[in-house]
Structure formats: structure tokens, C-alpha cells
Write a protein that binds this ligand. Structure first.
Ligand code: ADP
Ligand code: MG
Length: 239
């Protein structure tokens, strides 16, 4: 089991008020799965992503990543868990604008203490895997949105993470680049990469093999009969 979240609550606690966001969220993900978490803006998707990504802690509940309890770790150990287990992809790419694609992709390997020659070798291989071998010396400004997101995916994969986490990965892309990106995710999943993707868009979620819905901080699994009902109601194009 890659992910095992049970009975997660999350409230943001500010001096003036407590904002409850996640309510009794449980999610189990096995190696090789491709899961989409779909919900409208404000439903708690990024809050859940930050917990899964070991960037924030729940108020209640348990969380095991690769069988290890991550909630009793200090911030420093959490950082090394992120580095060794997780690859992140965000809506706005989060690339360093003055660095080449190659240097952007190699950066996590600097933190992992990999030597320069090996960093370059692995970064080139990761860029080749996402179809950008012809663009390795380009800076983000010289790349399209879809290409920038591919660089971000290469960076997320360069350390061979157990899990690829994507928060609205197509949020800044046009529909053609979005489709190409979803085809890349399918390819990566076929190669064995475990993916948890967050989106508000049904047509994007429909690429995943398994879809969960989140609404007002409550997570529910979508069954095949739900799918049929939504399709029958014309509420999304599922393939
Ligand atoms: P989504 O990603 O689905 O749009 P978020 O997880 O970003 O939703 O936010 C869910 C709710 O939590 C929103 O009502 C938001 O205002 C609130 N929230 C998010 N971050 C904080 C924070 N740091 N402090 C207080 N409230 C927050
Ligand atoms: Mg969000």
C-alpha cells in the first residue's frame, strides 16, 4: 500500500477562528493505481494534497506512506520523506525561470546529493521520457505551457518517486495540451508510476482509472454506476 489515510480531519486554526476543512477523510491507494480526486473550488483538494504531500499535518487521523507512519516525524524527516518518495506537479509549473529545462529537472538530485555527471545523465533521461529531448537547454520562457508542464513532470520523476502527486496539472493549459498531458500520465501509469491527481474538471478526472469526489471536505468514492448516471445526465464526457 502506497497511501493509507484514515479518518483525517483538518482545521486551519487562526488566532480569531477555527476553519474546519476536511471531515473524516479516508483514502487507500495501492502501488500502480491512477486516482483522480475531483471537487469544486474550495472543497479542500489542495488541503488534502498538502497532507498527502507531507507539507502539512492533519488535525486528527492517521497517515502511512509506504507503510511508514509519517505523522510522528519532525519537519526535517518530513522533508526527506518528500524528497525520497514523492514527485510534485502543480498548476503553475513552479519552474526556475532563469534555469534551463535540464537544470530544473536536475535540481532535486542536487538535494539528494547525486554527483554532477550522474545528475545530468538522469535529468536527460527524464526529459527524454516526457518527449523533450530536443529542448533540454531551453529556459521556461522558450517553452509552451504544455512543454513547461512536461519539464515539471520530468523533475517530479527524476528521483524515481513512489507516488506522483499532481494538483490541477492542466489548470493553466489549453484543451489540446491538456489532452496530450493526460496521454502522458496514462503512459507513465502504464509504465508503473502511481498517480494521485487533483482536478475540478470531470473530463480530466475521467482519464484516471479510479475517481473520488470531494465536496465540502467529505471524500467519497465514485462507483461505475455513478459514472453511468452522470454520463446519462450529460454531465461529463467519460471514455
Ligand atoms: P481547493 O483546493 O479545493 O480549492 P483548498 O484546500 O485550497 O480548496 O481550501 C479549502 C478551504 O480551506 C477554503 O475554504 C479555504 O478558504 C480554506 N483554507 C485554505 N487554506 C487555509 C489557511 N491557510 N487558513 C485558513 N483557511 C484556509
Ligand atoms: Mg486548490
Amino acid at each position: 500500500m502506497v497511501l493509507k489515510l484514515d479518518h483525517i480531519d483538518k482545521s486551519y486554526i487562526t488566532p480569531k477562528l477555527v476553519v474546519p476543512v476536511l471531515h473524516d477523510v479516508s483514502l487507500h491507494v495501492e502501488e500502480g493505481e491512477y486516482v483522480a480526486i475531483m471537487g469544486p473550488s474550495g472543497s479542500g483538494k489542495s488541503t488534502l494534497m498538502n497532507i498527502i504531500g507531507c507539507l502539512d499535518r492533519p488535525t486528527r487521523g492517521t497517515y502511512e506512506l509506504n507503510g511508514e507512519n509519517v505523522l510522528n516525524k519532525n519537519d526535517r524527516d518530513m522533508a526527506s520523506i518528500r524528497l525520497n518518495n514523492l514527485g510534485f506537479v502543480f498548476q503553475n509549473f513552479q519552474l526556475l525561470s532563469r534555469q534551463s529545462a535540464l537544470d530544473n529537472v536536475a535540481l532535486p538530485l542536487v538535494y539528494a546529493g547525486v554527483r554532477k555527471r550522474e545528475r545530468i545523465r538522469r535529468a536527460k533521461a527524464a526529459l527524454t521520457r516526457v518527449g523533450l529531448e530536443q529542448r533540454i537547454m531551453f529556459t521556461p520562457a522558450q517553452l509552451s505551457g504544455g512543454q513547461k508542464q512536461r519539464v515539471a513532470i520530468a523533475r517530479a520523476l527524476v528521483n524515481n518517486p513512489r507516488l506522483l502527486l499532481a494538483d490541477e496539472p492542466t489548470g493553466a493549459l489549453d484543451s489540446k495540451s491538456s489532452k496530450a498531458l493526460m496521454e502522458l500520465f496514462e503512459e507513465l501509469n502504464d509504465e508503473g508510476v502511481t498517480i494521485v491527481m487533483i482536478t475540478h474538471a470531470p473530463e480530466i478526472a475521467s482519464y484516471a482509472k479510479r475517481v473520488c469526489n470531494i465536496f465540502d471536505g467529505v471524500l467519497t468514492e465514485r462507483t461505475d454506476s455513478d459514472r453511468t448516471k452522470i454520463e446519462a445526465a450529460g454531465g461529463g464526457t467519460f471514455r
